[in-house]
Design a protein around this ligand. Structure first.
Ligand SMILES: [Zn+2]
Length: 221
């Protein structure tokens, strides 16, 4: 009788152990599968924000790419490693994102090697250059892995008739969307001044403005 009881206990123990082993194996398989899916996602070509998006978290996004005849259109393929944050430095009334879009598209700029990807003001975002293409904004052309070769240029407007704090907030929404989309990290958000000696973005570099900007991006990611 006692031997029989021992046998049953032994069988129950074994069943329990087998269940735990099966669970651990299943968990392991799921982790391996998850890792493979993640790797495959990183290897797939990115889903560029170059078409079909009309707003970022409710902020209107206008796509108006420069004509390919413009010098600003490098046509060069983009390895996206950084977001390069700028300020327009133009405090004139009316110098909003739409004005900077008209400026880039103007005939006078046709032969100028100047372009960036986005301009953000207090109520809208303009997209001037495909994310998939290199621009001319970080003053470091020719530098391998630099701001031009691998950075998405974002200009924040500082026009005196605009709400600067709102423009910065809108830029944080855009930056969060781009970091998520291109599998980048908050440490990949750079200032123009990280690639050259230029004091840009000037206002964001004052006090703890920049840290607050980064905090907002993290919040919106
Ligand atoms: Zn700049």
């Amino acid at each position: 009788m006692a031997a029989r009881r021992r046998k049953i206990r032994y069988r129950l123990k074994n069943t329990k152990r087998a269940r735990i082993q099966a669970f651990i194996t299943l968990l392991g398989c799921m982790m391996i599968l998850g890792g493979l899916v993640h790797t495959a996602m990183l290897l797939l070509p990115p889903d560029y924000l170059d078409a079909g998006t009309s707003d970022i978290d409710g902020i209107p996004l206008y796509t108006d790419f420069l004509d390919e005849a413009w010098r600003g259109r490098t046509g060069a393929k983009h390895c996206i490693k950084w977001l390069v944050i700028h300020e327009t430095g133009n405090s004139a009334a009316g110098a909003d994102a739409a004005m900077h879009n008209r400026y880039l598209h103007s005939e006078e700029q046709k032969d100028t090697p100047l372009s960036w990807h986005y301009t953000v003001d207090d109520h809208q975002i303009y997209h001037h250059l495909p994310d998939s293409e290199q621009g001319y904004h970080a003053s470091d052309s020719g530098t391998k892995g630099g701001g031009n070769e691998c950075g998405i240029g974002i200009e924040i407007c500082v026009n005196k008739d605009g709400d600067y704090a709102k423009a910065v907030d809108n830029a944080a929404h855009l930056a969060a969307e781009l970091l998520n989309r291109y599998h980048l990290d908050i440490s990949d958000v750079k200032q123009h001044g990280d690639f050259t000696s230029k004091n840009c973005p000037e206002r964001l570099r004052q006090g703890d403005n920049y840290q607050q900007f980064l905090n907002k991006i993290k919040e919106y990611m």
